[in-house]
Design a protein around this ligand. Structure first.
Ligand SMILES: *[C@@H]1O[C@H](CO)[C@@H](O)[C@H](O)[C@H]1NC(C)=O
Ligand SMILES: *[C@@H]1O[C@H](CO)[C@@H](O)[C@H](O)[C@H]1NC(C)=O
Ligand SMILES: *[C@@H]1O[C@H](CO)[C@@H](O)[C@H](O)[C@H]1NC(C)=O
Ligand SMILES: *[C@@H]1O[C@H](CO)[C@@H](O)[C@H](O)[C@H]1NC(C)=O
Ligand SMILES: *[C@@H]1O[C@H](CO)[C@@H](O)[C@H](O)[C@H]1NC(C)=O
Ligand SMILES: *[C@@H]1O[C@H](CO)[C@@H](O)[C@H](O)[C@H]1NC(C)=O
Ligand SMILES: *[C@@H]1O[C@H](CO)[C@@H](O)[C@H](O)[C@H]1NC(C)=O
Ligand SMILES: *[C@@H]1O[C@H](CO)[C@@H](O)[C@H](O)[C@H]1NC(C)=O
Ligand SMILES: *[C@@H]1O[C@H](CO)[C@@H](O)[C@H](O)[C@H]1NC(C)=O
Length: 819
């Protein structure tokens, strides 16, 4: 993290009490900087050298979007806010922050004149040319964020002279040459990211002497040679990625000294040799990726000691021997991939105990014997294929009584043959139900034919759902469980489990009120005949997948049930391809309006916010862990609240209904709102880690009361928080209301700080450093046990009818329980 002592003036005004703190910060910062421009008060006259530096920088930039049009005139006002993105203390420039401004051109080497510069942030622009060597003159420099530009040439070795440098992120450029060994001179470096460049040569062994290094990303370059063997000082390292390089040799034994390592990614290199025993001393490991190498030998039994491991990928190596039974001790595992190796023996029975496993792959080995029943029922043949002696999984030979396959060559039965097996009980119920429905349908068609004229004339008098769609009619829904479908040949209504029952006609004749518009379409509040409400989303035309794919996906989404996910109750397909999705209606609206658009004297206290945070983490964990769905568009606008202020995540999985083009539009739109993870500017596809970033932004929103779209001093929300935290005035970031809560309870203060740390972890610029939804949930529950306990005591699967939600408030006098 990096920061500057700057504060938003407006902020200070509204905070009153923090004005004193602000002045103290300014004095502290100013004391460290010798004013070169005489006795000028802060922000009025700029030092001559700094002014020249800025003017040279301006000259070398190409300002396509005219963001710098204020950078003109004499420049004497450059420090008073007229020059956007420039921050000064006592006439000396301490920060330049112009990320995402469409800037092209080059970075002038006159930047070296800004001798008080602490932070240089020009990431996500189109800057090219060489990185100026003069950066090495900047002895106050703490943060250099030049990632996602077009810089070429070498990494300046002079950067090693920046003794206070903490973050150096030059990733996503076209830098070439070797990594200078002299970088190790910047001994305070915490985070070093040179990923996604064209760097070659070996990883300098000097880097291992950086005592504070926590995160080292050198992935996606052309680095070669062996991993440094003289390592042993990486005692703080949490994250190491060297993936997608040409690194050869074996993994050094010294790796066992990186005792804090949580994520190790060496995938897609040319590593050979065997797995060093010391690797399995790294008990903090959460993620271990070694796929795409040439690593042989056995998987040692000691792997069972990596208790925190959630992802283990050894895919595409030449490992032999058996899968040790101790892998079954890795109870946190979500992903296990040992496919495309040369493993023999059976799949250990102990793997059945890995209840959290959502992704499993042992395909293309030389495994034999029966697949444990639990695994065979949870994973399909794609997880086991290419092991001709393996039996007992879907599509394989049946295991004989002595647990060996019948015949190696018997192909799986053809599809039609398998279809003729006996119907199970559930299918029978559906079949009978289907026949009944058919009769009902016939009846309805006749009935509707008679009543249609009347209804149509009525619907014209008010705003109705069918004003927005084609005409259609239906029949009573299945109500209770299972799905049901119906229509008059034009439209089709399909119900899912739960919710109120209604017909297509009821739906289309309902009075509708527009609640809002989103990327996916328009949302209506529909009032049904019996006075109840549903939320109806009408999907915009041409953004949904074709009907067949759409129906397959929507039927899967209709099964998604969790108390923190807004339940999809039905969908309707109109005769002209119109698509309506029906959800439970949430009277309280969105978290965004709850936080930002409320009456002045209606504070939202800490327990309420925490309850929302925990619910949100639960919902997301279910989505990622159980349903295997990436949300892709998590914002406070699509977190809805029920009567008990419990979070319901909206739009879950909707991206699955849309075409790829529509989804990249959503990603673009989310960026405007500030919830978009930085890596999405390069990759177009959302994933669980980009969701976690969005979750982190919502946590920050809950803590600070600020919207991620708001910028403070040109800093976005995470940057602003980081800059304030850096100066150790952490309390200043919190919503004033929360500080009142904290004033009456020291525990609250501690909880706020812990939650803030967690949120900052979630918005870490490096995706791999972000936690999983499950870890966020666990930590939130640990931070605030009271809420966690009360919320879980109310667990039921069917929120709309039976949930008794409880919000426990710290001072025992107020304990609101709804329903
Ligand atoms: C500087 O730019 C601003 C905004 O374009 C303009 O209003 C102002 O007149 C310019 N000043 C000078 C001295 O060119
Ligand atoms: C790994 O741990 C074992 C004991 O658990 C210890 O004897 C050994 O020295 C450790 N190896 C390394 C490289 O730290
Ligand atoms: C494993 O994870 C837990 C929970 O995150 C943590 O408390 C513990 O310290 C971790 N264990 C190791 C060895 O890092
Ligand atoms: C690890 O797994 C092995 C084999 O399944 C078992 O015998 C052993 O007791 C387990 N050890 C621990 C610490 O759970
Ligand atoms: C498995 O997942 C559940 C929640 O889905 C969690 O409570 C549990 O701690 C996880 N188990 C391990 C060993 O991480
Ligand atoms: C796999 O093992 C077999 C038998 O041990 C050996 O012949 C073969 O070369 C191995 N394959 C690879 C890719 O190492
Ligand atoms: C597969 O394993 C069997 C023993 O289980 C061995 O006889 C055979 O050579 C192996 N085949 C390959 C291709 O590795
Ligand atoms: C098997 O499951 C995976 C997801 O786990 C899915 O992507 C794949 O299409 C499935 N394959 C088959 C043959 O069903
Ligand atoms: C398993 O791995 C094989 C080969 O690496 C791959 O083709 C297949 O899609 C994977 N299946 C699953 C379910 O991950």
């Amino acid at each position: 993290m990096d920061g500057c002592g700057s504060r938003n003036r407006c902020d200070v005004g509204s905070r009153g009490g923090s004005l004193v703190l602000l002045l103290m910060v300014m004095v502290v910062v100013a004391a460290a900087v010798v004013p070169a421009g005489g006795q000028a008060p802060d922000g009025v006259v700029i030092a001559q050298a700094d002014l020249q530096g800025l003017q040279a920088i301006r000259q070398a930039l190409v300002d396509q979007r005219e963001f710098l049009r204020g950078w003109n005139g004499t420049g004497l006002d450059a420090c008073s806010g007229a020059w956007g993105g420039v921050k000064c203390v006592r006439g000396k420039v301490i920060a330049i922050q112009l990320p995402f401004k469409g800037l092209a051109g080059a970075l002038s080497d006159k930047v070296g004149q800004l001798t008080a510069l602490r932070k240089l942030s020009l990431h996500d622009n189109a800057l090219g040319g060489q990185l100026p060597a003069s950066l090495g003159f900047l002895r106050e420099l703490r943060g250099v964020y030049l990632f996602n530009n077009r810089f070429s040439g070498a990494v300046p070795p002079q950067l090693g002279s920046c003794a206070l440098l903490q973050t150096l992120d030059l990733s996503g450029n076209f830098l070439s040459g070797t990594i200078p060994a002299s970088l190790a001179g910047a001994t305070r470096i915490i985070r070093l990211n040179l990923a996604y460049n064209n760097l070659n040569g070996a990883v300098p062994s000097t880097l291992a002497s950086l005592p504070f290094l926590e995160s080292l990303s050198l992935n996606n370059n052309n680095l070669s040679g062996e991993m440094p063997t003289a390592i042993g000082n990486f005692r703080m390292l949490h994250y190491l990625s060297l993936s997608n390089n040409l690194i050869s040799g074996s993994i050094p034994d010294g790796i066992g000294n990186f005792s804090k390592l949580q994520s190790l990614d060496l995938s897609d290199n040319l590593l050979s040799g065997s797995l060093p025993v010391s690797l399995f001393n790294l008990t903090s490991l959460v993620e271990l990726k070694l796929d795409g190498n040439d690593i042989g030998g056995h998987i040692p039994e000691s792997i069972g000691g990596l208790k925190n491991l959630t992802r283990l990928s050894l895919r595409r190596n030449v490992l032999d021997g058996e899968i040790p039974a101790t892998v079954g001790n890795l109870s946190a595992l979500l992903l296990l991939d040992v496919s495309e190796n040369n493993l023999t023996g059976g799949i250990p029975q102990s793997l059945s105990g890995l209840t959290n496993l959502t992704s499993f792959n042992v395909s293309y080995n030389n495994l034999s014997g029966p697949v444990p029943v639990v695994l065979a029922s949870k994973f399909n043949s794609s997880s086991f294929a290419g092991n001709i002696q393996l039996c007992g999984f879907n599509g394989s030979a049946i295991c004989t009584s002595i647990s060996s396959p019948v015949t190696v060559s018997s192909p799986p039965p053809p599809l039609s043959e398998r279809r003729t097996r006996k119907l199970n009980k559930r299918e029978l119920v559906f079949a009978v139900g289907g026949i009944c429905l058919l009769f009902l349908l016939l009846f309805c068609c006749v009935f509707l034919f008679w009543t249609k004229d009347k209804k149509e004339s009525e619907s014209l008098k008010k705003g109705t759902m069918d004003a927005a769609t084609g005409k259609a009619a239906g029949k009573p829904g299945g109500g209770g469980s299972g799905g049901s479908a119906g229509g008059d040949g034009g439209g089709r209504l399909v119900h899912f489990e739960g919710g109120i029952s209604f017909t297509a006609d009821d739906l289309l004749c309902a009075t509708a009120e527009i609640l809002g518009k989103s990327t996916y379409g328009t949302v209506y509040k529909a009032t049904m005949e019996n006075g109840s409400y549903v939320a109806v989303k009408r999907l915009r035309e041409k953004i949904a997948k074709n009907q067949k794919e759409f129906e397959a996906e929507v039927n899967a989404l209709g099964k998604l049930r969790h108390r923190n996910l807004l339940a999809l109750r039905a969908y309707y397909l109109g005769p002209k391809g119109e698509k309506l999705l029906v959800f439970d209606f949430m009277n309280k609206g969105s978290l965004a309006s709850f936080l930002h658009a409320r009456a002045p004297d209606s504070p939202v206290n800490w327990p309420t916010r925490m309850n929302i945070a925990v619910g949100l983490a639960r919902g997301l964990h279910h989505l990622h862990g159980e349903a295997n769905i990436v949300h892709g568009n998590l914002t406070s606008r699509n977190i809805l609240l029920d009567e008990g202020n419990n979070a319901k995540i909206d739009d879950s999985g909707l991206s699955r209904l849309m075409t790829a083009a529509a989804n990249s539009n959503v990603i673009a739109a989310a960026g405007v709102l500030g919830y978009r993870a930085p890596e999405l500017s390069k990759q177009k596809k959302a994933n669980t880690k980009t969701d976690i970033y969005s979750l982190g932004m919502i946590l920050l929103e809950l803590l600070t009361g600020k919207s991620p779209g708001d910028t403070t001093n040109g800093l976005d929300l995470p940057q602003w928080v980081a800059s304030v935290v850096e100066e150790e005035w952490t309390n200043e970031v919190f919503d004033l209301e929360l500080m009142k809560d904290a004033a009456t309870s020291s525990e609250t203060g501690e909880e706020l700080v812990k939650t803030l740390k967690l949120a900052m972890h979630c918005v870490d610029p490096s995706p791999a450093a972000r936690p999983e939804a499950q870890q966020v949930l666990t930590q939130l529950e640990q931070i605030k046990p009271t809420v966690a306990v009360s919320a879980s005591s109310s667990f039921t699967s069917e929120p709309s009818h039976t949930t008794a939600t409880a919000t426990t408030v710290t001072d025992d006098t107020k304990s609101t329980i709804t329903e």
